[in-house]
Ligand binder design. Structure first.
Ligand SMILES: Cc1cn([C@H]2C[C@H](O)[C@@H](COP(=O)(O)OP(=O)(O)O[C@H]3O[C@H](C)C(=O)[C@H](O)[C@H]3O)O2)c(=O)[nH]c1=O
Length: 191
């Protein structure tokens, strides 16, 4: 799909099949602005399917912090729409779908409160980010509820992924530091 300039969003493809940037249009006036975080008909153009099953907020205090790379496996695999509503982040998706033409390819984009950009991530792709500022706030829309027993992840510092983190990486959770690497026998995800 090429770029779609809709009423509420500008939807643009990335290097990964099915991963899109979604830039919110701001309706501005002298008080400030209004923008929509979600609009089913327009986001269906980028493949969004099904109702929102869960909405999360995260706060990240320190620039340099990396969260992820996380995903959920079937039957709790999920699409995510990831928005930054305070500060800015270096946002990353990695295609883990074994049969995908973009398997193990990554897409990276800066999301910020200022640029109003979000990342739409389909099932089978891992997500993570690095805070580029202090006091980052994220809003996540999920098509499946959290299922801890079905959470998977890949080490954000795995050299096989060739990811570039703009700042020195700090403050990873013990769980994230212990996530497996591709070389440890990862065989890709199937739907
Ligand atoms: C995702 C999630 C987590 N939790 C609990 C589990 C832990 O006790 C605590 C922190 O979870 P976690 O360390 O996984 O949080 P993040 O590192 O920010 O992970 C999230 O951010 C990465 C980058 C993502 O893409 C995922 O959406 C999500 O995994 O919240 C819940 O109670 N509900 C939830 O939906």
């Amino acid at each position: 799909m090429s770029s779609v300039s809709g009423n509420r969003f500008l939807i643009e493809p990335t290097a990964i099949a099915g991963v899109y940037t979604v830039t919110r249009r701001k309706l501005a006036d002298e008080r400030g602005f209004l923008s929509r975080l979600f609009e089913p008909e327009e986001l269906a153009l980028a493949g969004w399917r099904g109702p929102i099953a869960q909405i999360n907020e995260t706060g990240t205090a320190r620039a340099g912090t990396v969260r992820g790379l996380h995903y959920q496996t079937p039957p709790h695999a999920e699409m995510k729409l990831v928005s930054c509503v305070a500060g800015s982040i270096h946002d990353v998706a990695v295609d883990l779908r074994k049969l995908s033409p973009t398997y193990l390819r990554s897409a990276a984009v800066e999301l910020s409160a200022e640029n109003g950009r979000a990342l739409l991530i389909p099932e089978g792709c891992a997500h993570g980010f690095q805070a580029l500022t202090d006091d980052v706030r994220m809003i996540y829309l999920h098509t499946a509820p959290y299922a801890a027993a079905y959470e998977g992840g890949i080490d954000a510092l795995d050299p096989a992924l060739r990811l570039h983190w703009p700042l020195p990486v700090i403050n990873r959770s013990p769980r994230d530091e212990a996530l497996p690497r591709i070389a440890s026998g990862f065989e890709g995800l199937t739907p």
